[in-house]
Design a protein. Structure first.
Length: 205
């Protein structure tokens, strides 16, 4: 068992992030490092968005030796069994939600087989490559595995929300998105200084 709490992140200045977006190519890179551990700590998330149903292998172009070490995990946003009981919300369940603006949803058990045949319904898959490094004797494997598990949980919850919030974002343009990003950044900066820790709490094994 490993016990980690969000208290670890109270000192926000200890961590710094790097984000690189290439919207036109569909690629997004986010890295999180620690000033104290330097090169011994890294969480790196690389995302490719492709107009398919997730059937491509090694979309990130890794070398053969690295690819052998990759554990491929498939996330189905309509699969309730992939959601932690504490995370489940009926209003964020793609199997229950129907978009008023687009008519999409609810998702049935065969939605992944049916979607490619719907020419009027664009779709894409987010291929995420998560690299975790935590070089600390006696803790490395436990912490790295723990972080990977939480990342999978985060991706599952986020993309379920994204589908169920479609009416909130479907009509946004890039100018709207940039403005909202800047507003969110300022809000988070203020919360980090003034407010107690919020957000997803890591679950222990």
């Amino acid at each position: 068992m490993i016990s980690l709490t969000t208290d670890l992140f109270q000192a926000g200045y200890v961590f710094f992030g790097f984000r690189e977006s290439l919207f036109h190519s569909g690629r997004l890179v986010f890295s999180l490092q620690n000033e104290y551990m330097k090169d011994n700590f890294l969480i790196k998330i690389e995302t490719w968005h492709k107009p398919d149903m997730g059937h491509q292998e090694n979309v990130h172009g890794l070398d053969a030796e690295t690819w052998k070490k990759v554990d491929v995990v498939y996330i189905d946003i309509a699969d309730r069994s992939q959601v932690e009981p504490k995370d489940y919300k009926p209003e964020e369940d793609p199997c229950k939600y129907k978009s008023a603006k687009t008519g999409r949803g609810p998702l049935g058990p065969d939605w992944k087989k049916e979607l490619p045949n719907k020419k009027d319904c664009p779709h894409m898959c987010a291929y995420k490559l998560v690299t975790v490094k935590f070089k600390w004797w006696g803790l490395q494997n436990k912490v790295e595995n723990f972080i990977q598990k939480q990342e999978k949980r985060l991706f599952t919850n986020f993309h379920r929300q994204l589908f169920c919030w479609i009416d909130k974002w479907i009509e946004l343009n890039m100018e709207d998105i940039r403005r909202m990003e800047e507003e969110t950044r300022k809000e988070l900066d203020e919360m980090r200084v003034k407010d107690p820790v919020k957000g997803m709490v890591a679950l222990e094994d």
